[in-house]
Design a protein around this ligand. Structure first.
Ligand code: ATP
Length: 317
């Protein structure tokens, strides 16, 4: 799958300088700075409790920072709060609070609060974008978690903002819904600056052109998702489940193959094949296994948790 790497050339829409917030003794966010341009999708990656949500709440004006500044489309969030907040759409981590309202009623309510003139047109646009057509008259509390996420996404889009802050936009969605929301984010990124948080490396690769690894409130790595994936332990390891009678033949064929670094046998029928330098050699393996009794081959993406552990230990990741 292709990432969306491209040089950042758009207009500066988000400028975050030395943002910090503590809760008692906890430094939730500890002095982070970054910029996002129009057309960029920036991923916040990090373990639980890293400070991603707190950072997003400060960027959207829901939490007051202890220090630092946020500018949105040239407006300082502290000095020109209304102008800055008008430019932002925010998908929070939690479900919409108005469970007893219908989807249409809730979106209308948000549109009125935002002072939107043509509410019907705005509703049509976001209902279509978030694929809510068939649940529009249902109350929010009766929806699945996936649909509730999409209602949240629709309210974030209702005023057609230039800046989108999305806290785990695909959390709780099934694989098809995840893919369609990822596609939507890519479409939306064309004229906007987007910041999203995710626990999934693959998602960052699909939708983000830049990734910040955050841990203990600090930015540890500013990179592309592709570079992170290449450094993730177990990247491109091929897990093979095959008939035990086919295993000796395969082991013989793998011997001396320059692309094969080592093979780990997990059981009578399951092996992990580690490629040289983390490269993708699925094609070569498929050739070798032709004619053998193979049950499944799974190409591993790399383990995000281990990548975080390496990075936070200060190991060169
Ligand atoms: P997750 O991926 O689990 O959502 P996160 O990276 O979004 O985590 P935050 O929710 O920002 O992390 O939390 C950062 C730290 O701040 C954590 O230690 C958390 O317990 C703490 N924290 C967040 N909000 C509050 C609060 N309102 N009061 C006290 N501590 C808080």
């Amino acid at each position: 799958m292709e990432g969306r790497s491209k040089p950042a050339v758009g207009e500066l829409l988000i400028e975050v300088r030395d943002l910090a917030k503590h809760y008692g003794p906890i430094r939730a966010v500890d002095g982070i700075s970054f910029e996002v341009r129009r057309g960029d999708v920036l991923g916040f990656l990090g373990p639980n409790g890293a400070g991603k949500t707190t950072a997003m709440k400060m960027i959207t004006g829901f939490v007051e920072p202890d220090r630092g500044s946020v500018r949105v489309a040239g407006h300082d969030l502290a000095d020109e709060s209304l102008e800055a907040r008008r430019k932002i759409g925010y998908l929070p981590e939690t479900a919409p609070a108005y469970g007893e309202m219908t989807v249409a009623g809730f979106l209308e309510f948000v549109a009125e609060a935002r002072g939107i003139d043509n509410i019907a047109a705005a509703l049509d646009r976001v209902v279509q974008a978030a694929a809510l057509g068939r649940v529009v008259h249902q109350t929010i509390e009766t929806l699945s978690k996936g649909f509730q996420r999409r209602v949240s996404l629709a309210q974030a889009l209702i005023h057609d903002p230039e800046v989108l802050i999305l806290d785990e936009p695909t959390d709780g969605l099934d694989p098809n819904q995840k893919a369609s929301v990822q596609e939507l984010i890519t479409i939306l990124s064309a004229g906007r600056a987007i910041v999203l948080s995710t626990h999934i490396l693959d998602e960052a690769e699909r939708v983000c052109n830049r990734a910040l690894v955050i841990s203990q409130g600090r930015i540890l790595v500013d990179s592309t998702p592709e570079e992170l994936i290449a450094k993730a332990p177990n990247h491109n390891v091929m897990r093979l489940v095959l008939d035990s009678t086919s295993l000796p033949d395969l082991m013989t064929s793998l011997e001396g193959k320059p692309w094969c670094d080592r093979v780990e046998r997990l059981s009578e029928t399951t092996i992990d094949i580690y490629p040289q330098s983390g490269e993708n050699h699925l094609g070569a393996l498929m050739e070798l296994t032709a004619g053998l009794e193979i049950h499944s081959i799974h190409l591993q993406e790399g383990r995000l948790n281990e990548l975080f552990r390496d990075i936070t230990r200060g190991v060169e990741a």
